[in-house]
Ligand binder design. Sequence first.
Ligand SMILES: *Cc1c(COP(=O)(O)O)cnc(C)c1O
Length: 419
Amino acid sequence: MTHKKLLDKYGSPAYVYDLGQLRRAQQTLWNTLPANSVLFYSIKANPHAYVVRYLFDLGCNIEVSSIGELRIALDAGVDPFKCLFTGPGKTNDDILEAMECGVSFFSAESIAELRLIDTFAGEQSFPIKVLLRVNADVSPNNIGLAMMGVSSQFGIDYSQVLAEKESLRSLSSMVQVVGFHFYMASNIQAVSDLLKCFSASLDCAAELSVCLNMTPEWINLGGGFGHPYANNEDLPALEGLAQGLDALTAGYIKKTGNRPLFAFESGRYLVGASGKLLMSVQEVKQSKDVQYVVVDSGINHLGGMAGLRRIPNYIPEISNPEKPVPGNVCESTICGPLCTPLDVLSRKATLPSPERGDCLAISNVGAYGLTGSLIGFLSHPCPVEIIVDGEQVVEVTQLELNRKKIKQYEYATGERTTV
Ligand SMILES: *Cc1c(COP(=O)(O)O)cnc(C)c1O
């Protein structure tokens, strides 16, 4: 079915996710990982239940960072035993509910959190495994979004881990610190930079093992596998990564005599290429010397993370898949339907004679697309989300934001309550 037909049939705008692209990305990444590896899908990149379940079925474990993400994964049929609960600021309820759902694997972001996990672990009938998320003392100079080696809200500084050696010994028998978790940076483009990060993390793991006198069962090397966003580039080939990782992990095993499981995490690399945003031109209008193409999707559906000014400012490549031959190409400003001048997708798009009803597309937005955006702003409906496998439509859904009354509030009287 053409893009235009998908929109005509199911509604516009639409995110389309292709399972074939998920398979390709998962295979490519998996093929670079060394022996004894486990690959986690970080579902914050795209928490669509079908996508989560599909990657789980392809062999990925699941990394969740909130109770909401955990519920999505479990409702999709993911085995709680294959989930890793990460992320800063876990609440008592997060930890307790996760354990009650059967999650037994956590990454502790602080010593206080480790103690909290220990407290609740006592109430469970199964042992709880914990990774210490460590902020190593080396910094991956200017690589991606650095989260390690610099002061950070993530993890425990290396020196602090050493200082807390005794606390690690005083945990209850229900909690076992089984290894370390590193996450140096996100969206690293060069394979050489990825390898530098993994190498630094392995060195740190080796030093910590000696200092703490422990043999890690797990070393979670994180990820940071880069992926293009909102343009037409191909899936990065990750050339040389497999050989590099083999050499690094073999070196680690030789040096330490220890043969742990190596965990890797990825969000954007696994799902980025699978997703396209399709939208319809509502209006073409001229103001002074600028041609405006108003579409039915904007920053409420795409690119919200860029608003945080932490990811590189992006200019989506917008194309019209139905009019591939440039006709009367003119430069346009493509804007969404939101009542703010900030709702501009591109100021220099070249589209062949745009007109009302045209279908436009933005590729490589399977990661940090819809749920990375401002979906509540202006209360437009969310795009429909269409799962396809090549030509076949597999599932069509639409996310809704709903307001609910909370049960602590007494409705029966119909009166306002005072605190
Ligand atoms: C966000 C995150 C990921 C996924 O990052 P991508 O850049 O999407 O691959 C993995 N691990 C941790 C700890 C994260 O916070």
